[in-house]
Design a protein around this ligand. Sequence first.
Ligand code: GLN
Length: 320
Amino acid sequence: MDIRKHIRGETMIQTIFENVKSAPDSGHLASYIPALANQSKDLFAACLVDGKGEVLEFGDIDYLFTLQSISKVMSFIVAAEHLGVDRILEKVDVEPTGDPFNSIVRLEVAEKGKPFNPMINAGAITVASLLPGETVELRVNAVREYLSKITGHEHYVNQEVYKSELETAYRNRAIANYLKANDYLVGTVEEALETYLQLCSLEVSTQDLSKFGLFLSSDGKFANDNKNLISRKTAQFSKALMMTCGLYNASGKYAATIGFPMKSGVSGGVLCTVHNGELENLNGHIGIAVFSPMIDEIGNSVKGMDFLKKLSDQYKLSVF
Ligand code: GLN
């Protein structure tokens, strides 16, 4: 079945959305900071944007949520474009861990304590310290500006979320100290931590994320012009990292069952990028994003993943 007809006609995708929405609740809200614990559990949004810039949206599309771990993709891209992928790889590997995102254990067992990949906290804190700019503010702005080029508007740090993140960052601070002890961080531990946590606290809508997914799908091209914003190599590494490490220690399962690059965050968002030859009329490109704050034990949005699985099955979106 051609998804293009439905990105216009929308009935089938609407039905999938409604079915997932009305399914019984499961999972829990992220509870480690009040701003996330107080989100309404019923929020649910999905957005698809195709290669012609046509948008299909469902549910609570105006709701802004914080990127959390999804910011790891943007940080990697901006740092890789600044220094080149190879320089980043000197400080961070590209191997999945099978461990939770905030795990410390591999830093002790890895050769020279090198973080395994940029999609876990250890790797992302390292990458945050490699962003362009001498100060936390400049580094955060580099990512904000990048994001704005793709979404077409400004993005702000949610100060309430950031403040709570910083106050409760015991584990992340331990990881950052460990990284500093092994010489992976540029600048101070606090600078790397503040940069990382401000990026986690950047606000986006579901549509913003779907535009980012489309942008990645087309290797850095906009929907409406052919200007490339990232190198092929950065795009290739970003998508490979999302596919192999983007859904924490459930990445392998979802690569097998859904089969396109995705990155989730504990606030309940999922960024997806689809490039599938079967979608010929769209030049094969779609950006998809979902948001629903009830997450499973691993940290992935329950309804979000359910919607994506049904969509992938219905339209054969897996790359495999
Ligand atoms: N701010 C959270 C942390 O660093 C982000 C976690 C996430 O989305 N997995 O622990």
